[in-house]
Design a protein around this ligand. Structure first.
Ligand SMILES: [Fe+2]
Length: 172
């Protein structure tokens, strides 16, 4: 008699992301966002995978690195008041909010190169967003709420290259 362990909620999401991440590049960010959206509200998604906040800044926790190096999946943990820099992406990306509420600020490049905020949107639990590698898709994610937040992000580069190949930073 063989025993097959039940697939975890995280494994189920990662399996769907793996399929979506093989889509044509033009479709890939949207398909990955849809895969995130199908699972991101599952309360068991991070069972056994603590992703604590860091007192100093928002922090990434690696959940999965594609063995072929095509993408990596991370959890970002945000204390109230923590935020990303104003940035665009050097790679395609998608994210979904697992818990807490994030605020996404949208920016456009100003005449002097300084980004100017041109809008914002609340991203509550279950919300997903996606984008292509585009220096004009400038945004900032922030936890402006009173509770910790946790979001799941997928970027189209190996995790080891996140430092240089994900964010095109405009302002800290
Ligand atoms: Fe971003």
């Amino acid at each position: 008699m063989s025993f097959i362990a039940p697939r975890s909620a995280l494994d189920a999401m990662l399996a769907d992301i793996a399929v979506a991440a093989r889509a044509d590049l033009a479709e890939r960010p949207r398909r990955v966002a849809e895969a995130l959206g199908a699972h991101v509200l599952n309360p068991d998604l991070l069972a056994g995978r603590p992703c604590p906040c860091c007192p100093e800044r928002y922090i990434r926790h690696l959940l999965h690195a594609d063995p072929a190096g095509g993408y990596a999946v991370v959890a970002l943990a945000w204390r109230p008041g923590q935020m990303s820099p104003v940035h665009a992406h050097r790679t395609w990306c998608a994210f979904g909010v697992h818990r807490g509420i994030l605020t996404e600020g949208h920016y456009r490049a100003g005449g002097g190169g300084e980004p100017m905020q041109c809008g914002s949107a609340l991203r509550p639990p279950g919300a997903t967003c996606h984008g292509a590698a585009d220096p004009e898709l400038i945004h900032r994610l922030a936890n402006l709420g009173s509770a910790e937040a946790l979001s799941i992000h997928v970027y189209g580069v190996p995790f080891e290259r996140f430092g240089q190949d994900v964010n095109l930073v405009y302002a800290a």
